[in-house]
Design a protein around this ligand. Structure first.
Ligand SMILES: [Zn+2]
Length: 431
């Protein structure tokens, strides 16, 4: 079934939305290998880290850097607010000192990018038609009087081990003091050794103390073939970037989150606001297998306060999994996390279908999920673009996830509203 318009009734907030700032574009244009921006016959191509193998890259145009383009996308899909972030959030292609300076400049650019141009009036930036749908939008507009519908995750100077962690925490402190930035997008690579690196403890302490959300976003380069003779995990034959994109990125996120859990970071910093891209990747589906394997390792078992499944209830997830069954499953798995607290019920049955217990678990899980689109990746196909000359095409990448949210029969309007925008509105201070 095709979706031709928004089906959201309450607030709709996009927490997974990308942009490239001028300094980042300048740095990438200087490079010849991914991540880079190359130009052929006047057409620029963005190749992200995952495009180091057979990936063709993305046509690089205003949708990647122009604020008005982002606002038009939001209006077309009735998205009330967005939290934008740079894709590929690692600066490891720069020397340490340059990475620290680049993060500072990119954050300044993000800060000004979020704000409407001085000449723009409220009505231009926030069309009243968007807010005619209901009380939630009216209240939102009242709460955001300057029409600032866009916030951003800042960038941290994640490059390599030579970057002092104090440079990372001081950047997060600067983000905390800014007007439009809300937390940071985190590379799974950390300072070259991943997110369970002991050197990152001050970052977790700082993020928890300042209540700054951290968005864990993958790169996909770890599974890319290293040469034409090396098929890597996903092979080379005809799949192009598809398998690294579909499977590699989510596995990378799942591994990063599992490393945070088993290293005890979520025990030491239980109030961290970590958001996992792509619905946590494979983590929800594999969480009982992870728990089983941990149960066989005395060292890890002794280190953790709870069964690993408990920690899923401390995490946030974007709702970017493209299917209602997958979304429902992930929400239910996160919603049962409380059962895995140490001293919990042990062996238990799933809640009876339609029972109050089932609904309570679904609501608990839904409180941890946030709508996202991954715009401007996955643009409309050429056939979709030519359907209507009167209006810009609906991006199926956005509407598919919205449709999935509304197609989960076990969700009530309450759960749908939580995931569509209510959770994000609270988490990012829109309300
Ligand atoms: Zn993304």
């Amino acid at each position: 079934m095709r979706v031709t318009g928004s089906v959201a009734r309450g607030l709709l907030v996009d927490v997974h939305s990308h942009i490239y700032t001028p300094r980042l574009v300048e740095l990438l244009r200087r490079r010849a290998s991914p991540p880079c921006i190359s130009s052929t016959d006047g057409q620029e191509t963005l190749r992200t880290s995952r495009d180091s193998g057979e990936g063709k890259g993305s046509a690089f145009g205003p949708q990647f850097w122009q604020r008005s383009n982002k606002v038009a996308f939001m209006d077309r899909h009735r998205i009330d607010a967005s939290i934008v972030s740079v894709a590929d959030p690692c600066l490891d292609f720069l020397p340490p000192e340059e990475a620290v300076e680049a993060a500072r400049v990119i954050n300044e650019e993000l800060e000004s990018w979020c704000l409407p141009p001085a000449s723009s009036s409220d009505s231009e930036d926030m069309p009243s038609s968007v807010f005619s749908a209901g009380d939630a939008r009216t209240a939102f507009r009242a709460a955001v009087p300057n029409s600032s519908r866009i916030r951003a995750f800042g960038v941290l100077p994640f490059a390599n081990e030579a970057v002092p962690v104090a440079a990372v925490t001081s950047q997060l402190e600067a983000i905390h003091k800014s007007t439009s930035l809300r937390g940071a997008v985190l590379s799974t690579k950390g300072l070259g050794k991943g997110l369970d690196d002991e050197r990152l403890e001050p970052l977790w302490e700082c993020a928890e103390r300042l209540e700054q959300p951290l968005f864990v976003h993958p790169h996909g380069d770890g599974t890319a073939p290293t040469s034409s003779a090396d098929g890597g995990l996903f092979g080379l034959r005809s799949s192009g970037a598809t398998l690294p994109l579909a499977l590699g990125l989510p596995f990378e996120t799942a591994a990063a989150a599992a490393r945070l859990i088993v290293s005890g970071v979520l025990d030491r910093y239980p109030r961290l606001k970590l958001i996992l891209a792509h619905s946590g990747g494979a983590l929800p589906m594999l969480s009982s297998r992870l728990a089983w394997c941990v149960s066989q390792e005395a060292d890890i078992r002794a280190r953790l306060k709870h069964d690993v499944r408990y920690y899923l209830g401390q995490l946030y997830f974007d709702a970017l999994c493209y299917g209602p069954e997958e979304l429902e499953l992930a929400v239910k798995i996160v919603g049962r996390a409380h059962k895995h607290r140490r001293g919990g019920p042990g062996i238990y049955g799933t809640p009876k279908r339609g029972s109050q217990e089932e609904q309570e678990e679904i609501t608990a899980g839904a409180r941890r999920f946030l709508f996202g689109t991954d715009h401007p990746f996955f643009p409309p196909l050429a056939s979709e673009s030519s359907e209507s000359s009167a209006e810009a095409p609906i991006w199926q990448s956005a509407s598919t996830n919205l449709q999935a949210l509304h197609a989960v029969a076990s969700f009530t309007a309450h759960e749908r509203d939580l995931i569509a925008g209510s959770n994000a509105s609270t988490l990012f201070g829109f309300s």
